[in-house]
Design a protein around this ligand. Sequence first.
Ligand SMILES: [Zn+2]
Length: 359
Amino acid sequence: VPPGDDPADNNKVRVVVIDPGHGGKDPGALGKHVKEKDIVLAVGLKLGEYISKNMPDVKVVYTRNTDVFVPLPERAEIANKNKADLFISIHANSLPGSPAFGTETFVMGEHKNESNFEVAKLENSVIAFEEDYSTTYEGFDPNSPESYIIFSLMQSIHKDQSLKFASLVQDEFREKARRVDRGVKQAGFLVLWKTSMPSVLVETGFLTHEAEEKYLGSEMGQEHLASAIYRAFRSYKEYVERNSKIESRPPDSTLRNNGNGIMSTAVNGKPPSHPYFKVQIFASRNQVSFTDDRLKKYPLLEEFRAGKWYKYAAGKSYSYQEILALCNSIRKDYPDAFVIAVKNGEIVPLKEAVDLNKD
Ligand SMILES: [Zn+2]
């Protein structure tokens, strides 16, 4: 069975897409001596080698492995077609006239400050190299903040996992590669717009900073960066696979509606095998009663067993938007609450349920 096609692989990280930015007629950011497109290709290929050599169960797919131009939508398409479990876009930064240096990793989201917006604008400006880009992007204007609001929605499904991987990358850059850590950030990147899996964009350093350009251009620097991303990937894979070893009690004994259910309208008329959404409130080492103060105010409680953990989830809906609204209200009490998908009494990948429940 090819990686990604085996249903038993649902909670495993089997396919990774490595996306070296720019290429061909698009050089990306320019240093005094090197071009972004060459640096990120070298780092991407080294990263792929590390993964292939050490993780035979992972399939590595490149959006480009030579110096060619690949339009942004095609990069997402490659990832979606290959049913990737993770998308890693690799870039280098540039801020002419500024002393800025260091690494940062982005996930798709609303930018919280101007400098994050500037990075996204710069990376998105490559669409000018694409034929007929105004049609492809439905009037998208890289310079208009309003253009960015619509497209963070799709990636919001994968935001928790994208943030997890992004912070592992920054930890490795800081602790092992000894790079300056500018943090995990959010902004609207077109290349992440249509990927349907956890996705990040890594900025490996500033080509406008003399010492950093030298580092990025060196074999040693590229190897350190690639091995840092590789170690982050290894930890991420372990994390995802460890957290998905879910056993659950049969749904009949666990699905105890506590009477004040508010999410019952959307759940009629579907077979019991149809996946639905819930909000996981918290997990506990000890079993907690549904009448416990921490749980009793929430509707449609269910308990799931994962190793030594009892997981408690509320709500039930076939609408992702509806469950997201419940999740946001539960987050007022439990900031770590998140959306899960359940099928036949088991927690299943969110993506499967989202695809089956398109509004
Ligand atoms: Zn770039």
